[in-house]
Ligand binder design. Structure first.
Ligand SMILES: [Mn+2]
Length: 437
């Protein structure tokens, strides 16, 4: 069933954006359906910026925000027209009239009128925000419209309207989450936590990685996540050394650890949680040593998460703790400061500690301002996810530590006072995890 009402926040976001860019026209294409094979398509997910500003979940549409002489701006939608024959096959669409009502647009047209209508919405504009390079056909269409618009101005002396990337202005809005967005992320975290806990209880030696994947994905959907936040990763033993392992076809072995990086998406907002725990009942002594090192670095990173800290400083501190550990365990040798500077620790910790968390999981928003890591502010959400990995060809290290991948990842919200760990309910001390085994 198609929703007949959508929350007010979509309109508020458009107002906020256009208040900041009153003389700009934004052209935002919806996602296109992606072919899976022959005439079968992947399940649809709307493009994040389009959804953020509008809420419509249909392919091929366009959202145009344009300066208007009557009010501050106009919202214009171009949508797929009603087509009962097609809808019989693929499901109901809003069509022009319904879309106008439900999405509170000032004007709605069928997609076929896009080229012809677009010049009207450039009239009071000094610049156009449109992301070039993603769709060559559409780029050509937009360039042609802009070219024609400029020619039709006659002898005005005006230049072709400049095209800017909307990633920055919309990214700077999306990086700060309001209470509604936070509530969606909290729900995604609750459901994802439940999935991780269930996996911790259910895993037994001999089960295959794909069984656990199926279990996680079932729980995400059963409890209301519309889809996964990203493809689940269930990596037993050596497979955990592959950061985005997807094969999922090996049995889980007694004595190995299993790394699970999996989460659901609720109302377009994700969670992103990783836990690493024994396939059997207990962490071995060597696994415990490595696990506790990663956990120590993660807790130290989280302790720094508060307003005015920088992600780069959190990463640096996490690296320092891991490097100290790698040195005392005989995996590295030399001067810690030199190891940090040269990056030789990346052999065992190749990725960053954090990424912004939002509609795109590895979310939009600038990481640096004026050349420096930006300071954290209330409303920002990100992950803290240190890890330790030994690649299969590193036989020397494998002699010391027969555990090939550990990652512990939580989702952090910066608050006025400090931070809130949105995924705090997912067990992560060895004691708490072993209790569930
Ligand atoms: Mn992550």
């Amino acid at each position: 069933m198609l929703p007949t009402q959508i929350p007010d926040f979509f309109k508020n976001r458009r107002n906020n954006l256009m208040t900041k860019y009153p003389t700009s026209t934004f052209i935002l294409p919806a996602a296109k359906e992606a072919v899976r094979n022959l005439d079968v398509i992947h399940s649809f997910r709307q493009e994040s910026n389009f959804f953020y500003l509008c809420g419509l979940e249909e392919p091929d549409a366009f959202l145009v925000l344009a300066p208007s002489s009557q009010s501050s701006h106009k919202t214009i939608l171009f949508v797929l027209p009603k087509d009962l024959e097609k809808e019989m096959w693929i499901g109901e669409r809003y069509g022009v009239e319904n879309a106008k009502k439900v999405f509170d647009a000032d004007e709605v047209y069928p997609i076929s009128e896009f080229d012809q209508k677009l010049p009207e919405f450039l009239k009071n504009s000094e610049q156009v925000f449109y992301r070039v390079g993603l769709n060559e056909n559409l780029d050509r269409k937009i360039f042609a419209v802009l070219e024609k618009y400029q020619k039709n101005l006659g002898r005005s002396g005006k230049a072709l309207l400049p095209i800017l990337d909307p990633t920055l202005p919309i990214g700077e809005m999306r990086i700060f989450k309001n209470s509604e967005e936070i509530s969606f992320m909290k729900r995604a975290c609750e459901i994802s936590t439940l999935a991780h806990k269930t996996a911790m209880k259910e895993i037994k030696p001999g089960m295959n990685e794909y069984e656990i994947e199926a279990l996680l994905n079932y729980i995400f959907k059963k409890h209301g996540c519309q889809r996964l936040a990203y493809p689940s990763i269930v990596a037993g033993g050596k497979n955990a050394a592959c950061l985005h392992y997807q094969m999922h076809n090996e049995p889980l072995k007694e004595g190995d650890l299993v790394l699970i990086d999996a989460a659901g998406e609720f109302n377009y907002y994700p969670s992103d949680i990783t836990r690493t725990f024994p396939v059997g009942k207990h962490y071995s002594e060597k696994q415990s040593t490595m696990y506790d090192l990663v956990l120590k670095s993660q807790l130290a990173g989280i302790a720094m998460a508060k307003p005015k800290t920088k992600l780069a400083d959190i990463h640096k501190h996490v690296c320092e703790i891991l490097i100290d550990g790698f040195l005392s365990l005989g995996l590295l040798s030399g001067d810690p400061a030199e190891i940090l500077k040269s990056g030789s620790y990346k052999k065992y910790y190749p990725h960053n500690t954090s990424h912004w968390l939002g509609m795109d999981v590895h979310d939009v928003g600038l990481y640096t301002l004026n050349g420096e890591s930006r300071i954290l502010e209330p409303g920002m959400t990100f992950t803290i996810e240190p890890g330790f990995y030994i690649q299969p060809n590193d036989t020397e290290a494998l002699k010391l530590f027969p555990c090939q991948g550990i990652r512990i990842e939580d989702d952090i919200l910066i608050t006025q006072q400090g931070c809130e760990i949105l995924s705090a309910e997912a067990p992560k001390t060895r004691e708490d995890i072993e209790k569930l085994r």
